[in-house]
Design a protein around this ligand. Structure first.
Ligand code: NAD
Length: 483
């Protein structure tokens, strides 16, 4: 008998007024039910927003050092639960144990990091133009904020929105993705145990159209921070902007790695292969295009194909090289793009199907897939696939490689493999992406540096993480004090 989990509203664990729940299962074994979660209504979301709004003045008035202490204790409580949360994450989202452990550690570290930042929250003093004058800025919390998160980093992304929001004195309502809601709920259990005052942070599960839309439509919401697809994010951004609410949307990617002839080919294959197939390709920063110089194209394609074929696929809990997709919908989406690629004339070098062995029958598995002979105008080179699929594109020189890399609507992460310093610097200057890496894979970013994209990957207003992660949740008052 699996557990039923409740919403967290105004410091209480409560059921939805709908009386309905939805179930979440293990993508590696659909018979394994993680639990049942509240199928909440807009009224449930509005109740949580009202609680957050009522709690906001007192939380804003709480000294930063005291807010920081609660975040510190939350980090420590999450850390105590590392093994359990790693297992939960792997079971509900499908990540390998190693990937899940890294993600839970990330959430812990984020809470430690912003616990310190809460103490620093303040402002700056400027030189006034007249005597007997103080001129300074005062940082204030934005207010009551809605947080909408995707399933692919189900604890790290809630953590990197929640921790800076709370550090800066905001109150929040979080709606996690319905595919993997349990692991983010644990953050609220820890916040509660750490002594967070009631109403400051609230958690409501349910559909995007019902609960998510309440989070940017309610009058008491001052801002909404969204991570997810470009389609939904665009709608969220437009709707929030209509009401002059502050909005931040982090969305999709189509991340390139350029491989130049000076590269060490084995290193290049590892960089591209791990960037593509890590987290089953279900990262916004996953490598999905290898843009390869013609002198090394054939050899790179052969080695990369061998790399893909060497990967061991299996249930995340067994810690294979690659786990399953999160859901049947995601499997179908990936297989749709395989079909598109073949019809467009790309060469399927390997993969492209579900693995046939019986052990994969109850899970959402797809083989690591490599296409060669891809051209930049093909749909598989333009659209986010969000699965373990690589498109290899051949180019004649560095200028063409850069042009191809920039020839997409997205601009999240990017990388180049080269030993040529001029190419490396030219790439850093001219790539249209929020993250530019040299001799590194496109995935992975440390928590103390800003993260966000160019073009349709981001609303391009605010960055997340690092110092910049506080900006969205902060408003600035300029003060003249004439004495
Ligand atoms: P999604 O857009 O389908 O859902 C994201 C969240 O929005 C979920 O909580 C969902 O329930 C909610 N939602 C859906 N419809 C809504 C609506 N009408 N109103 C309000 N909320 C609604 O995305 P997903 O499938 O969960 O996640 C995968 C996507 O997220 C990929 O495109 C990936 O690139 C992107 N992503 C981006 C980043 C980044 O930082 N740029 C990080 C991780 C994931």
């Amino acid at each position: 008998m699996s557990d039923t989990y409740r919403n967290y509203c105004n410091g209480e664990w409560v059921e939805s007024e709908s009386g309905n729940t939805f179930s979440v299962n293990n993508p590696a074994d659909v018979e394994d039910i993680i639990g049942h979660f509240q199928l909440s209504t807009a009224a449930d979301a509005n109740q949580a927003i009202d609680a957050a709004s009522a709690a906001q003045p007192e939380w804003a008035a709480t000294p930063g050092v005291d807010r920081g202490k609660i975040l510190l204790e939350t980090a420590s409580l999450l850390e105590d639960r590392m093994d359990e949360l790693t297992k939960t994450l792997s079971r509900e989202e499908g990540k390998t144990r190693s990937e899940a452990a890294g993600e839970v550690q990330r959430a812990v570290d984020i809470f430690y990091y912003y616990a310190g930042k809460a103490r620093d929250f303040g402002g700056t003093i400027k030189s006034p133009s007249e005597p007997n004058m103080e001129l300074y800025t005062k940082s204030e919390p934005l207010g009551t904020v809605g947080l909408i998160t995707p399933w692919n980093y189900p604890i790290a992304i809630p953590a990197w929105k929640l921790a800076p929001a709370l550090a800066a004195g905001n109150t929040v309502v979080l709606k996690p993705a319905s595919e993997a809601p349990r692991v983010s709920q644990a953050i609220f259990e820890c916040l509660d145990e750490a002594g967070l005052p009631e109403g400051v942070a609230n958690y409501v599960t349910g559909s995007g159209s019902e609960v998510g839309s309440a989070l940017y439509q309610h009058d008491s919401i001052d801002g909404v921070s969204f991570t997810g697809s470009t389609t939904v994010g665009t709608m969220v951004a437009q709707s929030a902007a209509d009401d002059l609410k502050r909005v931040q949307c982090e969305m999709g990617g189509k991340n390139p790695t350029i491989v130049m002839p000076s590269a060490d080919l084995d290193e290049a294959v590892t960089i591209v292969g791990s960037g593509t197939f890590g987290t089953t390709g279900q990262s916004c920063t996953a490598t999905s295009r290898a843009i390869v110089h013609e002198d090394i194209y054939n050899e790179f394609t052969q080695l990369l194909t061998e790399y893909a074929e060497s990967l061991d696929i299996g249930p995340g809990l067994e810690d294979p090289d690659m786990g399953p997709h999160v859901s049947q919908d995601e499997v179908e989406s990936t297989l749709y793009y395989v079909d598109v690629g073949e019809k467009e004339g790309a060469t399927l070098e390997t993969g492209g199907s579900r693995p046939t062995d019986q052990q994969y029958d109850d899970g959402h598995f797809v083989e690591p897939t490599v296409f060669s002979d891809v051209t930049s105008d093909m749909q598989i080179a333009q659209e986010e696939i969000f699965g373990p699929v690589l498109s290899i594109i051949e180019v004649a020189d560095f200028e063409e490689a850069l042009a191809v890399a920039n020839d997409v609507q997205f601009g999240l992460s990017s990388s180049i493999v080269t030993q040529d310093l001029t190419e490396a610097n030219q790439f850093i200057d001219d790539i249209e992406a929020g993250v530019a890496k040299v001799n590194e894979k496109t995935t992975g970013l440390e928590l103390h540096v800003p993260f966000g994209g160019y073009k349709n990957s981001s609303t391009n207003t605010y960055r997340e993480q690092g110092d910049a992660g506080l900006d969205f949740f902060t408003t600035t008052k300029t003060v003249y004090l004439n004495y």
